[in-house]
Structures are given as structure tokens and as C-alpha cells.
Design a protein around this ligand. Sequence first.
Ligand code: 5GP
Length: 138
Amino acid sequence: MPSVFTKIIAREIPAHVVYEDDLVIAFLDISQATKGHTLVVSKSEVENVYGLSDELAGHLFRVAARLARAIQKAFSPAGLNVLNNNGAVAGQTVFHFHLHLLPRYEDDDVTLAFVNHMDDTGQEDYKERANLIKAALS
Ligand code: 5GP
């Protein structure tokens, strides 16, 4: 389904494009959560990670790694998150596949916190979860 990113790809709305090829475009996220925050976007209207072909997934990540190195060189961040949200509950707001490259600085105001549930996850839970994923792969 067409999205705001479709309009950026078609140059119907402006964006600060930093990279483009036949499959992928990358531009600055308008929010600039941190300096250099960049989105790597599939040109085809794939909604989320579940719809990526192997070829497109591989290419997106190759481009993301290349851009991460460029961001590292350009801004010397202390770290960098590669993030992807799938589904509203996971924080997705634009339903057109994209990776966030989020440079991290010592004094930034980003909050990304995972609660550790190791203490209330039994060995049987780990086994069952791993087996379910492995079975679904085949
Ligand atoms: P999501 O929440 O889906 O993972 O990320 C969507 C991102 O797209 C947000 O970080 C938001 O700031 C960015 N965004 C939304 N609309 C525009 C736009 O028109 N231009 C640009 N450059 N970024 C946008």
C-alpha cells in the first residue's frame, strides 16, 4: 500500500536522500531522534519484515551496514542501534519496511529498555520456544 515513503521515493515530497539504488533508498528520518538518524527503506511497498524476499533482505542489510559505517565516519557516535518495528504494538507507524540507523551519543535522550525475564523463564520454556521456532522454519 502506498505510504509517505512511497511519496518520498517518487519525489512527491522532499527528503534528505543519502543513498539510492534500484531496490533501496535511504534518507534522514524527519524526527532526527539523534544526529544522523537515517532510514533505509525498501523501494517496493513491502509492509514489514515478514514480506521481504531473501534477496531484498540481504540487500537492505548490506546497504544498512555500509551506511552505518558512513554515519560512524561522519559523526563519530559512541554507538549505533539498527532498529526495525513491525506492527503498531511494536512501534511501527509507517507501514512500509524500513530500518532505522540510530547513532547513539553519550548525552542523547533515547530510551530503549528491555526488561530481563530470565528469572521467570524456566528451562522447559526455553526448550519449547526454541523448538517452536525451529519447527516453523522447516
Ligand atoms: P516507525 O515508527 O514506523 O518505525 O518509523 C517511522 C519513521 O518515519 C519515524 O521515525 C518518523 O519520524 C519517520 N517519518 C514519518 N514521516 C516522515 C516523512 O515525511 N519524512 C521523513 N524523512 N521521515 C518520516
